[in-house]
Design a protein around this ligand. Structure first.
Ligand SMILES: [Fe+2]
Length: 257
């Protein structure tokens, strides 16, 4: 399987040191995808139709449709595509599975200079691994994915103190139609550079480790900030009981001397 790579940075290269809380050394990789244009076009058309009713901006200046596959069932063709999983596993170097909590397993984000949209501010993801698939990019100025070189904890301290993050500490990736960005953005500080012109609509499909599903930063508080109805809490707790906890106990018993 040959995949055309446009940009690639390992996680240890970005942070500057080896990481423990990670699914692999995947940092970020931009690659040419092979998804069906008609399918992506349909998802885009439906996203625009339901945006007003289903997109909300609740935190971090991010306007997005939650649980996108429930509103646009054709997204499931991508979410569960064996070929897509195969490429993601090859690029990340580990076994993955689609993220199980439906409110965040597939979302559609709207980035622009308009006040109802926005560009997500400096943060680190709750989900371990994400694939960003641009559905439409129109006349962009700004809108690049920017990653902080160094520790996310240090970066977030600097950003939240009001410090301007210097350019030499930023890795910038310009989104391109036809190319996905696969990133392990948990505990990597990143943002979308504010857009001063243009528009981007992006399908985000999330993953976690199949063997270590407990490696995850989606606390209930973080999820609730975006989804305050708590309708997802039973699915969350069931997942901890059935998948995360057994895998965690196996991993610590395998690691003990
Ligand atoms: Fe993010």
């Amino acid at each position: 399987m040959t995949v055309e790579i446009a940009a690639r940075h390992s996680r240890s290269e970005i942070t500057g040191y080896p990481n423990y809380h990670q699914v692999s050394d995947l940092g970020v990789v931009q690659f040419r995808h092979s998804y069906d244009d008609d399918l992506l076009g349909h998802i885009l058309k439906r996203a625009l139709e339901i945006k007003e009713m289903h997109a909300d901006k609740r935190q971090l200046n991010l306007n997005y449709i939650r649980d996108a596959a429930s509103h646009i069932p054709e997204i499931n063709d991508l979410l569960h595509s064996p070929r897509r999983m195969e490429v993601a596993e090859k690029l990340s170097g580990t076994r993955l599975e689609p993220y199980p909590i439906s409110i965040i397993s597939s979302i559609i984000t709207f980035t622009s200079a308009r006040p109802e949209d926005g560009a997500i501010t400096w943060h680190a993801d709750g989900v371990p691994v994400t694939e960003l698939i641009p559905l439409s990019i129109i006349d962009p100025q700004g809108g690049e994915l920017e990653l902080y070189r160094g520790s996310a904890d240090e970066g977030l301290y600097r950003a939240h103190s009001g410090e301007e993050i210097p350019q030499d500490r930023i890795i910038s990736i310009q989104h391109r139609e036809g190319f996905s960005v696969l990133g392990q953005l948990m505990r990597l500080m990143h943002r979308v550079r504010p857009m001063t012109r243009g528009y981007r609509i992006t399908l985000n499909l999330n993953f976690r480790s199949a063997e270590k599903p407990f490696i995850d930063d989606n606390t209930m508080c973080y999820l609730a900030a975006d989804n305050p109805d708590f309708e997802w809490q039973n699915a969350y707790i069931e997942d901890v009981k059935a998948r995360q906890l057994p895998a965690y106990l196996r991993s610590i018993s395998a690691a003990s001397p």
